[in-house]
Design a protein around this ligand. Structure first.
Ligand code: NDP
Ligand SMILES: O=C1O[C@H](COP(=O)(O)O)[C@@H](O)[C@H](O)[C@H]1O
Length: 510
């Protein structure tokens, strides 16, 4: 259960009160973190840096060891060197953290390999402080081996004296049928309380802030509906391509990689009704209710794109990625309109857009209001409430104001809550830090529930099947641009009006 307290007065960032608030209650018990797929991309870029972040904040249990497991044979010194090169911070802390990291190579599909690994874990645990031996398994592996690995954990690695929890990475399946199969296989092995399905967008600061912004500020609720809002856009842009992950990406495409999970999570938090309490169950119930009100997605409200290399030859195209078949029709850009059929939102378009190799890196929610309902100002820019998820967390409200001085012109300006200028010594944890910490605390608030996942796939599977059966060809767009022009045309058709000249001053800082 979230337990928000109103902050008042000054409280140093690292005060014991604050630490005790967030520290796991099992802080004094030994913890063994096992990273399966430790040789891979996610492990080095996200999992280990997040564990290091928690270590530096003194949030990992006092006696924690981290064992990596994968098939590749890697010497411990080499492994530590590789992991270390992705850690940022104090050198002494890095060294102390790396001393807690070990690596073991073994197969994913052989019971003997897991039994042998378990002996190593038990031996290491025998030298740790006395207490319940808790084990956290992080599956940083491709979905094709989720079940083999889950069976290995269940068959050989479960702790004999403490809890055993399993973090599963997305993608949770490719469609409704495969997701249901995955859910049911995992359910045979672990109870829901021990499974933590990560959607790392739920751990981002601004996504966390959505509930507070919406429900703790009385000014917003009366405006938060079709009466005052004309459209809601949720946009994810990356300025990099697939960068060696083309082999994985080509089997999934941008809709499965980003829209079906990250953007849909954001949509459900923006649009859901107020939950009856802040418990994980009540919040997820509201999200599921909202998702079930989404109307079938239409192909004529979808734009797909695939990037080609930049004209100057500096950036390669998607088909140049060595893991990608030369005739691939996989989309690296998608914009789809969603309609929510409930009294609050009926008739209001939600425009979700995501793409790789675009002009900038940016994720934001943009709520555009209707124009003023009077005869005084007929042709003016619309008010917009923008929640910038990254980079540079901010909430700003675009509004019109008289230009100061002896004139009668008005201009678009903003009320701006940019985190970096508003909050001193801003030190935001990475989303993965928050989520790993929550799994150690046994807190499911920020993880994806099985029925939530099921509805998400019910929404997307018919559309994905149509795209595949009709062999829809994505439009080409150049690396480093806004993506296909038809996406802007689609948004315009949905009533979105772009400000004529405005650009948010905070933008220049990133
Ligand atoms: N990388 C990222 O930025 C993100 C990744 N994810 C998800 O995290 C998970 C891991 O991703 P990532 O680290 O990129 O994946 P990798 O492709 O790097 O795979 C991780 C490890 O799994 C093993 N592996 C890879 N392919 C196979 C295979 N076909 N059969 C058996 N073992 C294999 C390899 O280890 P070895 O051969 O040594 O056993 C590899 O080092 C995936 O589910 C991915 O979708 C989610 C969000 C972001
Ligand atoms: O899950 C994924 O997310 C990343 C983007 O994450 P962010 O935190 O940097 O916004 C994306 O690059 C990747 O393709 C996808 O699998």
């Amino acid at each position: 259960m979230f337990n928000y307290k109103q902050y008042s007065g000054k409280m140093p960032n690292n005060s014991m009160d604050l630490l005790n608030d967030v520290r796991p209650k099992d802080f004094t018990h030994p913890l063994m973190v096992v990273v399966l797929g430790a040789s891979g991309d996610l492990a080095k870029k996200k999992t280990y840096p997040a564990l290091f972040g928690l270590y530096c904040r003194e949030l990992l249990p006092q006696d924690t060891l981290i064992y990596g497991y994968a098939r590749s044979h890697i010497e411990l010194s080499e492994f530590r060197k590789k992991i270390g090169s992705y850690l940022k911070g104090d050198e002494n802390k890095k060294k102390a953290f790396l001393d807690l990291c070990f690596y073991h190579s073994g197969a994913y599909d052989k019971k003997e390999a897991y039994d042998e690994f378990n002996k190593i874990l038990v031996d290491a645990e025998s030298k740790m402080v006395k207490g319940s031996n808790n084990r956290l398994f992080y599956m940083a592996i491709p979905p094709s081996i989720f079940i083999d690995v889950a069976k290995g954990i269940k068959g050989s690695l479960i702790s004999s004296s403490g809890w055993s929890r399993v973090i599963v990475e997305k993608p949770f399946g490719r469609d409704l049928a495969s997701s249901r199969e995955l859910i049911s296989e995992l359910k045979k092995l672990f109870p829901e309380k021990d499974l933590f399905r990560i959607d790392h967008y739920l751990g981002k600061e601004m996504v966390q802030n959505l509930m507070v912004l919406r429900f703790a500020n009385a000014v917003f609720e009366p405006l938060w509906s079709k009466s005052h809002i004309s459209s809601i856009s949720i946009t994810f842009k990356e300025d990099i391509g697939t960068e060696g992950r083309g082999g994985y990406f080509d089997q999934f495409g941008i809709i499965r990689d980003v829209m079906q999970n990250h953007l849909l999570q954001v949509l459900s938090l923006v649009a859901m009704e107020p939950p009856v309490s802040m418990s994980a169950e009540d919040i997820t119930n509201e999200k599921v209710k909202l998702l079930r009100s989404i109307q079938p997605l239409r192909l004529d409200e979808l734009v797909l794109g695939q990037f080609v290399g930049s004209k100057d030859g500096k950036y390669p195209g998607y088909l140049d990625d060595e893991g990608v078949p030369k005739d691939s029709k996989t989309a690296t850009f998608a914009s789809q309109v969603f309609h929510v059929n409930n009294p609050r939102w009926r008739g209001i378009p939600f425009i979700l857009k995501c793409g790789k190799a675009l002009d900038q890196r940016k994720t934001e929610i943009r709520i555009q209001f209707k124009g003023p309902d009077n005869f005084l100002f007929s042709d003016v820019d619309r008010n917009e409430l923008v929640m910038r998820i990254q980079p540079g967390e901010a909430v700003y409200l675009k509004l019109l104001s008289k230009k100061p001085g002896l004139n009668n012109t008005i201009e678009q300006t903003e009320l701006d809550l940019s985190y970096r200028s508003r909050f001193e010594n801003l030190d935001l944890p990475d989303a993965y830090e928050r989520l790993i910490l929550d799994s150690i605390r046994g807190d499911h608030n920020l993880f994806v529930r099985d029925d939530e996942l099921d509805v998400a796939w019910q929404i997307f599977t018919p559309l994905l099947e149509q795209i595949e059966s009709l062999k829809v060809i994505p439009e080409k767009y150049e690396f480093g641009t806004r993506g296909p022009a038809s996406a802007d045309e689609l948004a315009q058709k949905m009533g979105y009006v772009r400000s004529k000249q405005y650009s948010w001053p905070g933008q220049s800082k990133f």
